[in-house]
Design a protein around this ligand. Structure first.
Ligand code: GDP
Ligand code: CA
Length: 334
């Protein structure tokens, strides 16, 4: 079985880890490959190094090296290099670059400078973290450098664009966003194997990742949304909002500029052109969802590894149920 997942950082990585542990406990498991297509809109160049926060969160989480409490960064991390950079007056002081994490960014930047693509670099890092042995293939959505920017008010009554990370990390998404714009996205092409992984999948999963700045960016790479819409596989998503609130992060601040209701139903609406199945929290069971989407409610919180596995299992079950049913009229799957 080929499962393809479109993932952001922490929510996506925890879900995929749950998926792997769920698959490992299945009786008579069929050989399964999980292809994870990671968001690269969060990528940023800091102190001359290329940092890919969502890909790194996926690598560290799936590779067993993540700081569990934070959900990102390396376990057992120190910040001696960043402290010294601060003493030298070299920023940024608002973005944590741990010592072990810096080795990732140094290696990535070196390999990119040598002419490797981001896919090739990510492949090397995935080998370092043992992802192939775990049945996981990690692909960046695109090898084209893209960067999500947030357009906010400036002091003179006009507007200015800041990097997504600055908005999210430095300002805690507290500056009202007028809109998001993604530098490079229009001219970007899907990375090798990405479109095939969607078209050839038996199941496409959307984990509880940010629908605007994680999954929305992946879908915005030319060709990817069309591939998701056209795949024969059922597309099953998990709501990142429970009772109208994100579990962590600021998905609400991302939905506001789009004029989308901050709810599980609002997020389903963004995906309505391709979504077949939607897992929502019990608190959201009675809302109205787009026609043709099969909705199941359960406890949607990933409290621990077992909770993430349970959630992933529910997504697989819904996918299997949908695979046995005809495509709803009016939806062009294929
Ligand atoms: P980021 O790149 O680190 O921001 O991570 P993602 O885009 O992958 O995921 C962030 C989203 O995951 C947020 O909207 C959270 O509400 C959601 N999330 C985090 N933990 C959980 C959980 O346990 N259950 C559900 N349903 N959503 C969660
Ligand atoms: Ca992210």
């Amino acid at each position: 079985m080929q499962i393809t997942v479109l993932a952001g950082g922490v929510g996506g990585a925890r879900f995929v880890r749950g998926l792997l542990s769920h698959l490992a406990t299945r009786e008579a498991p069929e050989p399964t490959t999980v292809t994870v297509i990671g968001n690269t809109g969060d990528d940023i160049t800091l102190v001359g190094l290329r940092v890919c926060p969502d890909l790194d969160t996926l690598l560290y989480t799936l590779g067993g090296g993540v700081d569990e409490d934070q959900g990102w960064g390396r376990a057992g991390e120190s910040t001696r290099v960043a402290d010294e950079l601060g003493t030298l007056g070299v920023g940024p002081d608002w973005f944590t670059l741990g010592d072990l994490d810096l080795a990732t960014h140094l290696a990535r930047s070196r390999w990119l400078a040598q002419g490797l693509t981001l896919s090739e670099v990510t492949d090397r890092l995935a080998q370092r973290w043992g992802l192939p042995e775990r049945g996981v293939r990690l692909l960046p959505a695109t090898d084209t450098p893209i960067e999500t920017h947030v357009v906010v008010d400036d002091d003179a009554g006009g507007e200015r664009a800041i990097h997504f990370q600055e908005w999210w990390v430095r300002h805690g998404a507290s500056l009202p966003a007028r809109r998001f714009s993604v530098a490079g996205l229009g001219g970007a092409t899907a990375a090798p194997h990405v479109l095939d992984a969607v078209r050839g999948a038996d199941l496409v999963l959307l984990p509880p990742s940010n629908p605007v700045v994680s999954i929305g960016i992946i879908l915005g790479v030319p060709g990817i949304r069309e591939a998701v819409r056209g795949t024969r596989a059922p597309v099953v998503g998990v709501s990142p909002l429970l009772g109208g609130r994100p579990v962590r992060g600021h998905a609400d601040a991302c939905l506001a500029p789009l004029g989308v209701e901050v709810s599980a139903a609002g997020v389903a609406g963004i995906y309505a052109d391709f979504l077949d199945g939607w897992l929502v929290d019990d608190a959201d069971a009675d809302a109205r969802y787009p026609a043709g989407v099969r909705v199941r409610s359960l406890d949607l919180l990933m409290r621990d590894g077992a909770g993430a596995a349970r959630l992933a299992g529910a997504a697989l079950d819904l996918g299997q149920e949908l695979a046995g049913t005809p495509v709803p009229a009016g939806r062009d799957r294929r």
